[in-house]
Design a protein around this ligand. Structure first.
Ligand code: ASN
Ligand code: ZN
Ligand code: CA
Length: 332
């Protein structure tokens, strides 16, 4: 028979009520997104290999919005993948992760009390644990956008996952994960410069990372110095996350969607932001056209200068802001 795309409704854990593209199958429905390359979402049922089982449902209304329900993590994962796909299309005209229209797939309920999520290039898939209590899946949209964007990086600059290039790889995922969250524009994903603020990974309501002042997480670097490449990639990413925040929003105090930020600079200089949309375009062009697997922070500065010049011109305020933001994080 022919597969028929259907409009499902999901009760997600982190994004409220969401639309899901699903597929009719037999007398029911399955989480296959025919509008986006056929992206499928699987339940690993606490396993740690293979694909488990494709998530199915009788009436095309999925999940109950709580971590007690097995379908709910699949709702958030399926939604996050669709949103990230739509963001790439809308912002970059890009057809999926590799630009070829081919879908990845998602796996939820990985392992037991697993407090992480990850992209794996060898399966071209992303995987989510259920959190320490097995009820707080790591499936919020900024996390989904982060993981899927590891696939985007792998198919473009392919930044090596260690040293300064590793920090740039991680930051790229935080930058686009955050852009996806702003793109979501639904009632519960207002958009912020925090990473993982909804999954309560620390158990005290604090986010995993802060882009306006990365050191607030207790480990990330706010500014470049010659030892930054020795840090874990989730900490050396701080320099580029901070650069991106400064470029988009500028230095100093600012409130966005009810969240207060106060972004400092290394030398006390003032940076005037150019807005998130332009900052995202500059990062994407730099990533996809100028960065390579061995790009370090100095090279990233050059790559974004080239991208800003291409997009906005050699005399542009945008190029000036790129330089001011890198100066602000001590990348000279
Ligand atoms: N969640 C982590 C990440 O995407 C997993 C890892 O350390 N690779 O960065
Ligand atoms: Zn990552
Ligand atoms: Ca966030």
């Amino acid at each position: 028979y022919e597969e028929i795309e259907t409009a499902g409704v999901g009760n997600s854990q982190y994004s409220g009520k969401v639309d899901l593209t699903t597929t009719a199958s037999g007398s029911g429905f399955e989480l296959t997104d025919g509008d986006r390359g056929g992206h499928k979402t699987y339940d690993l049922n606490q396993g740690s290999s293979g694909t488990g089982s494709l998530v199915t449902d009788d009436d095309d209304t999925w999940g109950d919005g709580t971590g007690d329900d097995r379908q709910t993590a699949a709702v958030d994962a399926h939604y996050g993948a669709a949103l990230t796909w739509d963001f790439y299309k809308s912002a970059f005209g890009r057809d999926g992760i590799a630009g070829d229209g081919k879908a990845a797939y998602s796996r939820v309920h990985y392992g037991n009390a697993y407090v992480n999520a990850f992209w794996d290039d060898s399966c071209f898939c992303m995987t989510y644990g259920d959190g320490a209590d097995n009820k707080s899946a790591l499936t919020a949209v900024d996390v989904a956008g982060h993981e899927m964007s590891h696939g985007l990086t792998a198919s473009t600059a392919d930044l090596n996952y260690s040293g300064e290039s590793g920090g740039l790889n991680e930051a790229t995922s935080d930058i686009f994960g955050t852009a996806v969250e702003f793109f979501a524009d639904n009632t519960t994903d207002a958009g912020d410069y925090l990473i993982g603020e909804k999954i309560d990974i620390n158990g005290d309501g604090s986010p995993l990372r802060y882009m306006d002042e990365p050191s607030k997480d207790g480990g990330s670097a706010d500014y470049w110095d010659s030892s930054v490449g020795n840090l874990d990639v989730h900490y050396s990413s701080g320099v580029a996350n901070h650069f991106f925040y400064l470029l988009a929003e500028g230095s100093g105090a600012k409130t966005i969607n009810g969240v207060d930020y106060d972004s400092p600079t290394a030398d006390g200089s003032t940076v005037t932001g150019i807005g998130r949309d332009k900052a995202v375009q500059i990062w994407y062009k730099a990533l996809s056209e100028y960065m390579t697997s061995t790009t370090d922070y100095a090279d990233a500065r050059t790559a974004t200068e080239q991208a800003a010049t291409d997009l906005y011109g050699a005399d542009s305020a945008e190029l000036e802001a790129v330089d001011a933001a890198w100066n602000g994080v001590n990348v000279k």
